[in-house]
Structure formats: structure tokens, C-alpha cells
Design a protein around this ligand. Structure first.
Ligand SMILES: Cc1ncc(COP(=O)(O)O)c(C=O)c1O
Length: 380
């Protein structure tokens, strides 16, 4: 058999085994960031103070790695309850990042004909997880200014009676913090659960956590990823025990490893450090938003997250792509969202970092804007 024949026969075998929709998918894209000022994924740029790192290393070295992790680690759960003021009436479920929790919800709710409803543009994993689990997915477009079209959303709820609704509060990638009363209307109208995804809560200063366990169909989802622990992979749900009990059945056993449990428990005992870091980033967000708004041909959208969405105002549909490339040439990595959704035409998203990195970004952006010193050097 020739090399070509072998390849063709393996391709046929893959086609016969793997689902057609999966073969048509593209893997979640993560850009190579080696050597870049990394402002693409809304990570927290700070590390822990030296004394805490030393103590943490001591604790981690004493871990019983020969044992499976506890499925319901009592000390970590109470650290989360304390640090995040989770009401006693709510139960918690831990996930390997909130990405895993989104998949768990889909697996648990994928009854025949079941549907997930969200808005667009929003976090891509709501749709991806729903479709993989065989659920239908509907997204109600946001308005052009990325505010919530409550009437359209309520109409979609009436039409589709979705099992699951996702609202990111604040939203990614737009940064919008919808009016609280709108979410309350959605909670009242929804026949199933409403997952309020509070991934960016440290920067929003508003939350539905105090209502978790009190409102029947409310599920509050959080992650530690935006608080300096993206590499640890830990998310959690807070909801009435009746929901958590069901979701827990489809959670992969031992999904949160011992290193993550130990790391997060320790860091959450020092919530004051995380709070100070978040406060610095909120101030940085305000300063960066002002600086962006002052640039010619740039409009910036209000954000309650640790990132800013901005648009390159141009009739050229590739203007943002060119600016993005210009930043990359200067070793600054942000996120190009121009093609992610029609409402995001010529939009880019930048993570707020510490002042030096924000300044590096602004300098690279200024140089790359249409008419800027580097613009002519950037290939279309
Ligand atoms: C709105 C939203 N929810 C959830 C996530 C996933 O978080 P995690 O790192 O916990 O999987 C993200 C990641 O960017 C996000 O933007």
C-alpha cells in the first residue's frame, strides 16, 4: 500500500468513526503568545506576593498526589463560600474551569428537542457546548450599542421555551453590564434555568450571588480565571440544591485536581490581595478607556470587565485586521473580533493590564492606526 493509499484509508476510517459535525468544527483557537505583551484572553497580569508564593509552594509540596482528589473538597468549598459570600441556601458545584460547567449543564439538560438561548455576540462556549450535546441553540442579537434587547429576548423565551438561558454579566466580548431589572424579568419569564455567568464579577461590582439558592431557576456561575488563576482551571456554580444534585451526576469524577484545590483554597484565604489587584485593574480600565476614546478614528464601548472592546471607525472592512497585524508586529497580542459577528465589524478587544503594558499597547496601537507611522508598513 502506498503512503497516499494509507492516508486515504485512514481518512475514510476517521470519517466512518467521528461525527460529521465534529469533523466540520475548528478547535478553539488560542494564538501563540510567546514573546508577546499578552492582552488577548482577559488574564490577570499580577502574580502573588513573594511571601505568599513561598507558603503556597510549601503547602503544594506536601500534597498527597498519590490519592485521587476529593470530589467535594470541604475546605475549598468553605473558602469559596466565605470569600464569595455564597448564601447558605445555595449549594456549590466545582468544575475544571467554568468551560466544563457549561458542558455539564448541556449534558444534563440535552433532552430531545431541548434548547439553549443566549444573546449574540456573547461567549462562544454556550453555543458550542449546546450543539455538541445535540441541543438547539438560539441567540437573540444585542442592539448595535451592545445593550440587551429585552423585548426580543422575552419574545424568544415565549417562542422557544428554552431549558437553559445564558447571560454573561458582564458580557464577553462586549463588556456590557445589562440592567439588573432586565435579568430579573428574564428570570421571571424563563421556564427553565437562567445561568448568570459572572466570570468578570471582580471588575463589575455587581452580582446575583446573594440571590443564589433563593430564586428557584437562578444558577450563578463564576470562575477564578480572571482573578489570577486562569492556569489552575476552577469554576463553580451556585444554585438551589435540587439543580446541583442533578448536575453533579454528569460531572466527570475527580474533575478538579489536587493542585488546583490546594492553590485556589490558599489564594481565596487571601481574598484581600485579589481585591486589591482587581481595584488596580478597574482604575486601569478607566484610564485606558479615556486614552482610547481620545484616539482619532477609535470608539470604545463601556465595559464592566477587565477588558475593553473598541472599534476602528473606517469604511474599510479590513481596517481592524490591519491594526491587529500592526500590533502583532510590535509584539502586542490582542483579540481581533472583526469576523466573529456582524455587530463586531472592525472591533478589537484588549485586556486591561498593569500601567506599563497598557502603555505599550497604546503606543503600538497609535502607530498602527490608519494614517499612523506604521500603517503603511502593514500588509493588507
Ligand atoms: C463569559 C465567560 N464565561 C466563562 C469563561 C470561561 O472561563 P474558565 O476559564 O473558567 O473556563 C470565559 C472565558 O473567557 C468567559 O468569558
Amino acid at each position: 500500500m502506498s503512503q497516499d493509499d494509507r492516508c486515504a484509508s485512514l481518512a475514510a476510517r476517521v470519517a466512518a468513526v467521528v461525527r460529521e459535525d465534529v469533523r466540520g468544527m475548528v478547535a478553539y483557537p488560542v494564538a501563540d503568545s510567546e514573546g508577546f505583551v499578552k492582552l488577548d484572553l482577559m488574564e490577570n497580569p499580577f502574580s502573588l506576593p513573594e511571601d505568599l508564593r513561598t507558603e503556597l509552594a510549601r503547602r503544594m509540596s506536601a500534597l498527597a498526589v498519590n490519592r485521587y482528589p476529593a470530589p467535594r473538597p470541604a475546605r475549598l468549598l468553605s473558602a469559596i463560600r466565605r470569600a464569595m459570600q455564597v448564601p447558605d441556601s445555595a449549594q456549590l458545584l466545582l468544575g475544571n474551569g467554568s468551560d466544563e460547567l457549561i458542558s455539564i449543564i448541556a449534558w444534563a439538560c440535552a433532552r430531545p428537542g431541548a434548547r439553549v438561548l443566549s444573546v449574540a455576540p456573547s461567549f462562544v462556549m454556550y453555543e458550542a457546548s449546546a450543539r455538541l450535546a445535540g441541543m438547539d441553540f438560539t441567540a437573540v442579537p444585542l442592539r448595535a450599542d451592545f445593550s440587551l434587547d429585552l423585548e426580543a429576548l422575552l419574545a424568544a423565551i415565549r417562542e422557544h421555551a428554552p431549558q437553559v438561558i445564558y447571560l454573561a454579566y458582564p458580557n464577553n466580548p462586549t463588556g456590557t453590564l445589562y440592567p439588573r431589572a432586565d435579568l430579573e424579568s428574564v428570570l421571571q419569564a424563563a421556564p427553565g434555568i437562567v445561568v448568570v455567568d459572572e466570570a468578570y464579577q471582580p471588575f463589575a461590582l455587581d452580582s446575583f450571588m446573594s440571590a443564589a439558592g433563593r430564586i428557584d431557576n437562578l444558577v450563578v456561575m463564576r470562575t477564578v480565571s480572571k482573578s489570577g488563576m486562569a492556569g489552575a482551571r476552577l469554576g463553580y456554580l451556585a444554585a438551589k440544591p435540587e439543580w446541583i444534585e442533578q448536575f453533579d451526576k454528569v460531572r466527570p469524577p475527580f474533575n478538579v485536581n489536587v493542585f488546583t484545590q490546594c492553590y485556589a483554597e490558599f489564594v481565596l484565604e487571601h481574598q484581600d490581595v485579589l481585591d486589591r489587584q482587581a481595584a488596580v485593574l478597574r482604575t486601569g480600565r478607566t484610564e485606558l478607556a479615556h486614552a482610547l476614546a481620545a484616539l482619532p478614528g477609535v470608539s470604545v464601548f463601556p465595559s464592566a470587565g477587565n477588558f475593553l472592546l473598541f472599534r476602528i471607525e473606517s469604511s474599510d472592512p479590513n481596517a481592524a485586521q490591519r491594526v491587529f497585524e500592526g500590533l502583532k508586529q510590535q509584539k502586542v497580542l490582542i483579540k481581533n473580533l472583526s469576523r466573529a459577528h456582524p455587530l463586531l465589524a472592525n472591533c478589537l478587544r484588549v485586556t486591561v493590564s498593569f500601567p506599563e503594558e497598557n502603555a505599550a499597547f497604546l503606543a503600538a496601537l497609535t502607530a498602527s492606526l490608519p494614517g499612523g507611522p506604521r500603517a503603511a508598513l502593514i500588509e493588507s
